[in-house]
Design a protein around this ligand. Structure first.
Ligand code: NI
Length: 179
């Protein structure tokens, strides 16, 4: 399947579902991580969560600073936010499941996240005032059935969803973001 076609697009019940923790890191999980990384790089995303490829487990991939020749992927198994504080910051976010739109979302500027890597080691990620801080929160939200539009006030959300439907009807594909 072409990477862009592998991505679950909103609205979809799978994007609103609480995902199950991963009990054991099996070959299936490793394959899923590979597939998600491939999809993410192919669509030029900086993060992807398992429900976005239709798998309802707590797995996230992130790479916020890759180039054509250098990749720096993180694979987070069962990630959880242990600290979210600092001043709230509003940034424009895109999502591979919402092609064609950008949403202004306000989130805490500092986070600490704990997760297992694919070797089962417990890792700790800390980010402040950067894309990583936003991306960690955005992707972990996906594991709990929350998407970026859920952070908007009701009227804003209705407007954004209309804009999204129009973008989709106009042929927007995962990886394309709006104004
Ligand atoms: Ni997303």
């Amino acid at each position: 399947m072409a990477p862009a076609e592998d991505i679950v697009l909103a609205p979809d019940q799978r994007l609103k579902t609480e995902c199950a923790p991963i009990e054991e890191i099996t070959d299936e999980i490793r394959d899923l991580a590979d597939r998600m990384l491939e999809d993410m790089y192919a669509t030029e995303g900086c993060g992807l969560a398992a429900p976005q490829v239709g798998e309802l487990v707590q797995l996230v991939v992130i790479d916020v600073d890759y180039t054509k020749n250098k990749r720096n992927p993180y694979v987070l198994v069962n990630p959880r936010i242990v600290v979210a504080d600092g001043e709230e910051r509003e940034t424009g976010e895109g999502c591979l499941s919402f092609p064609g739109i950008t949403v202004r979302v306000s989130r805490p500027s500092h986070v600490v996240v704990e997760a297992r890597n694919l070797d089962g080691d417990l890792m700790r990620y800390e980010a402040q005032d950067n894309l990583m801080a936003v991306c960690l929160q955005h992707e972990i939200d996906h594991l709990h059935g929350v998407t970026m539009v859920d952070h908007l006030r009701p009227l804003q959300r209705v407007r954004k969803m209309r804009e999204y439907e129009e973008a989709l009807a106009a042929g927007a594909k995962p990886g394309e973001v709006g104004e």
